[in-house]
Design a protein around this ligand. Structure first.
Ligand code: FE2
Ligand code: FE2
Length: 271
């Protein structure tokens, strides 16, 4: 395979989850990039294993942290998000032509970090006596990928800048739950993930602004319109403002997130 964007289709089509992660990690980062190629949509994306069974989001109950199976179910739900994240990052590479080469290299790096996250969590699940596929999961992340496949701006607004950014907000509470239940190894994995995810959301912010500027759009009002049009999940406090700031959300964006009545308390802090 001699083109980075075409090469992302192989792991995207791979059904077996650990094999998908391995295939993503095996992609050579120095492949040349044909930024202008229009690649026809391959049939069967994303490749997914027969298990886990995908069920509506509301049918998934928060697991109890009082049993080993409950702890494993929480680790499994994060592993499932990471598996989706591999596909989401790979999908951005092949689907959307016409961006600078650095854009595709960013998303290949992100796909490989997601593959590392999945692998760390899956290996941890094995030590807990479970495997990926042992619990039900939902399809909300790939649903959003499908709803935004018509336009890169919508994809970046709603996937990295909304769903992945929501992961930054959720991280402290999920980490506290796992560590509180005695799973310090999972806590250490979540530290790695949070560090990398700040970089993913930062890439989302960088390229979102690039596209807004290119199209002469206001980033804040455009985001509000896209979130409404695609029925993006309503983002609720508590927000991880520190991580969001590290990921490049500016004061006006944080203020829009918090609503006009609240003070971010950030204006006096260094940027
Ligand atoms: Fe991740
Ligand atoms: Fe990510």
């Amino acid at each position: 395979m001699s083109d980075l964007r075409l090469a992302t289709i192989g792991p995207l089509l791979t059904a077996d989850a650990p094999a998908k992660a391995a295939a993503a990690l095996a992609l050579p980062v120095d492949l040349p990039v044909d930024t202008g190629a229009i690649i026809p949509a391959p049939a069967g994306i994303p490749g997914r294993p027969a298990r886990p069974q995908l069920v509506p989001h509301i049918r998934l109950k928060p697991p109890s942290m009082r049993t080993p199976a409950g702890i494993a179910a929480l680790v499994h739900s994060i592993a499932h998000i990471e598996l989706n994240a591999i596909d989401l990052a790979l999908d951005i590479c092949w689907r959307f032509p016409g961006m600078p080469e650095a854009f595709y290299r960013d998303w290949l790096r992100i796909a490989q970090e997601e593959a590392t996250h999945f692998t760390l969590l899956r290996n941890h699940l094995l030590t807990l006596g479970f495997d990926y596929g042992d619990f039900d999961a939902h399809n909300a992340l790939w649903d959003m990928a499908e709803r935004t496949q018509y336009d890169l701006l919508a994809r970046i607004a709603l996937v990295p800048r909304t769903l992945e950014a929501r992961g930054l907000d959720a991280s402290p509470a999920v980490r506290a739950k796992l560590v509180g239940a005695g799973d310090h190894a999972a806590g250490a994995i979540l530290d790695v993930i949070l560090r990398d995810e700040i970089g993913h959301v930062a890439a989302g912010n960088r390229w979102y602004r690039f596209l807004c500027e290119q199209r002469g759009l206001d980033p804040i009002t455009t985001y509000a319109e896209l979130a409404e049009r695609h029925q993006a999940p309503r983002l609720r406090a508590p927000f991880n403002l520190e991580a969001r700031r590290a990921a490049g959300f500016d004061e006006a964006e944080l203020q829009a997130l918090l609503g006009p009545a609240q003070d971010t308390g950030l204006s006096a802090r260094p940027r």
